[in-house]
Ligand binder design. Structure first.
Ligand SMILES: Nc1ncnc2c1ncn2[C@@H]1O[C@H](COP(=O)(O)OP(=O)(O)OP(=O)(O)O)[C@@H](O)[C@H]1O
Length: 572
């Protein structure tokens, strides 16, 4: 499983001194499980264990090469070699004072650089990449620029979260040869001394940094600036064994002191202490990102297999065992300026598309999800409105029918009332006749009464019925009954109420629609303003780019001038 911090152990073959001492092998390797047993007693497990028979190529391919995937993915990466003096750190890393062309001896750095450039050349956008290298050493807790002949002392700026080495020389390189030239210069200036344990012992911690920058190009909008740090630590040493004296002895003390602080940082990280003493030494400050920070890291522990060094090897294995528990949190290092430009470009593209869509009178196809949902909402509201209109129309028809029926009933009622009073008058007349003409025959009475009322009432009733078109209003005879008037009135009231309610709802809907249209108009205005702003920003970015270009030209000229002076100095 891929983890952000891997610990690997490499044993070098026994050297002449150890063989001369008659040393025996004190370590056993279990390649399949990544285990190593020392003195037949203590067992440690790591991500990978390389016995002393494994060559440079294998170590590079299996462990270092995958780091390029991280770097090309925009992540920081670190390979950190740790171990006792003479255990093979410099040999493995390739920070030897050589041009890195010996195929068999070639260490991790020359191989990484070689493959980095191959990968750039094989990419679809080689022109988008820029590589710069720098190299410095930490000696006696001071940082020295190794790419300058005067080995100027540098300072570190930064806080708890990140740090930067001020004025560190960074050299742009375009190929393996150019990069190895810088590595050779740096290794040449690195502080070394001869001790009883190593004829060419490194007396400082060396850091070779490759910065890979990718710019956004039309065919590939991604951009990043990833740092690959290759650290060859000075070896821990027992002063008695190195037989160091005077100046070299003081160096040894300082190296051990620096490594002790590194050990304290590791302990603080794995025991999850709230305070990690990164700032206590220059070494831990520059390694802040690599240990517990934003980087994929390989902790490479180098050991001697000889029992004469068993104590130092056990100490290294313990150190590596603790480092195993550090958790890093790598994140992609996006180039903020390039990111901003590509985001603005995308925004302009979207706005242009939206504008052209709007000109065509269609909802923009690139509309934001919110706008899409609003458009769908409008269509649904329109549908509902049409249905409600239809509903209201039908109700109006029913209402007008009811009004017609009501009018007819009212008219009939009026007539009935008038007939009723006529009948009452007629009956009064009949009563008077009967009182006055007691002797009349019944047939005469009937005749008299029919003369007074009969035919008139009949005619009136027939006339009322003829005024109503029954087929048109669709009702039977009983509807004309005056007794149904209150019922019809109630019906009418209900219908009127319903219409009033529908009207109110419709008003509300229209109001909502109005608000929505206003919001859309406002948004459109905002969009126009944004487009203007984007235009302004584009202008500013162009200005900035222009300025950056000028600065680059100036610094290039300064660099050329410096190199010229240097060359003149050398020739004189
Ligand atoms: N795997 C190996 N195969 C062959 N030779 C090796 C191997 N590892 C180391 N050596 C040799 O052992 C010697 C010491 O190695 P190196 O200088 O790399 O040790 P170191 O850990 O960097 O020591 P120091 O901390 O003192 O600088 C060198 O001569 C180197 O060539």
């Amino acid at each position: 499983m891929e983890t952000s911090l891997r610990v690997i152990v490499r044993a070098r073959p026994m050297n002449a001194r150890e063989m001369k001492e008659g040393a025996a092998r004190c370590v056993e390797y279990f390649d399949a499980t990544g285990q190593i047993v020392i003195n037949g007693a203590s067992t440690f497990a790591y991500d990978k264990v390389y016995p002393d028979t494994v060559d440079q190529e294998t170590i590079y391919t299996q462990s270092a090469h995958p780091m390029l995937d991280h770097v090309f993915g925009g992540f920081n990466a670190t390979i950190l070699a740790y171990g006792q003096t003479g255990s093979g750190k410099t040999y493995t890393m390739g920070t030897e004072d050589s041009d890195g062309t010996d195929e068999l001896r070639r260490g991790i750095i020359p191989r990484l650089v070689d493959n980095l450039f191959k990968r750039i050349d094989d990419s679809t956008v080689p022109e988008a990449y820029k590589v710069t290298v720098s190299m410095y050493e930490i000696y006696g807790d001071h940082i020295y620029d190794l790419l300058r002949p005067d080995k100027v002392k540098l300072t570190v700026h930064g806080d708890e979260k990140s740090c930067k080495i001020v004025n560190l020389t960074s050299v742009p390189v375009s190929d393996l040869k150019g990069a190895l030239k810088q590595l050779e210069i740096g290794c040449h200036y690195r502080t070394k001394a001869s001790t009883a344990m190593n004829a060419m012992s490194s007396r400082s911690h060396a850091v070779f940094t490759i910065l890979l920058e990718k710019a956004a190009v039309p065919s590939d909008e991604s951009s990043f600036a990833a740092k690959l740090q290759l650290v060859d630590l000075a070896g821990s040493e027992r002063l008695k064994k190195t037989e160091a004296a005077g100046h070299v002895m003081r160096e040894g003390i300082s190296i051990n002191g620096g490594l002790l602080i590194l050990s304290q940082v590791i302990t603080a990280l794995v025991t999850k202490q709230s305070y990690v003493p990164y700032r206590t030494s220059a070494l831990t400050r520059v390694l802040q990102d690599s240990l517990g920070g934003n980087s994929y890291t390989i902790f490479l522990a180098c050991i001697s297999p000889a029992d004469t060094n068993a104590q130092e090897t056990l100490s290294t294995l313990r150190y590596a065992d603790r480092a195993k528990q550090i958790k890093n949190k790598p994140i992609i290092n996006k180039n903020p300026k390039a990111e901003e430009i590509s985001a603005l470009r995308a925004q302009i593209k979207r706005l242009e598309k939206e504008n052209s869509d709007l000109k065509k009178g269609i909802a923009p196809s690139t509309a934001a999800p919110e706008q899409i949902s609003n458009t769908v909402e409008i269509l649904a509201l329109k549908d509902e409105l049409i249905k409600k209109d239809e509903d209201i129309r039908n109700k109006c028809i029913t209402l007008s029918d009811c009004i017609v029926r009501l009018n007819a009933v009212t008219n009939k009622n009026v007539r009935l009332e008038s007939e009723k009073s006529k009948l009452a008058t007629a009956l009064t007349g009949v009563k008077q006749i009967l009182e006055n003409e007691e002797m009349l025959e019944p047939s005469d009475v009937i005749h008299l009464v029919s003369q007074l009322v009969g035919s008139e009432i009949e005619t009136t009733l027939i006339g009322d019925d003829e005024n109503i078109d029954e087929t048109q209003v669709g009702m039977d005879e009983s509807i004309y009954d005056a007794e149904r008037l209150p019922e019809l009135q109630t019906q009418l009231d209900a219908i009127e109420k319903e219409i009033a309610l529908k009207d109110a709802n419709r008003e509300k809907e229209l109001e909502t629609q109005k608000e929505f249209i206003e919001a859309m108009q406002q948004r459109e205005e905002e969009r126009t303003q944004l487009a203007v702003k984007v235009g302004e920003l584009e202008g500013e970015i162009a200005k900035l780019k222009n300025e950056t270009r000028k600065v680059n030209v100036a610094s290039k000229l300064a660099e050329e001038r410096r190199q010229k002076v240097e060359r003149v100095g050398k020739t004189t």
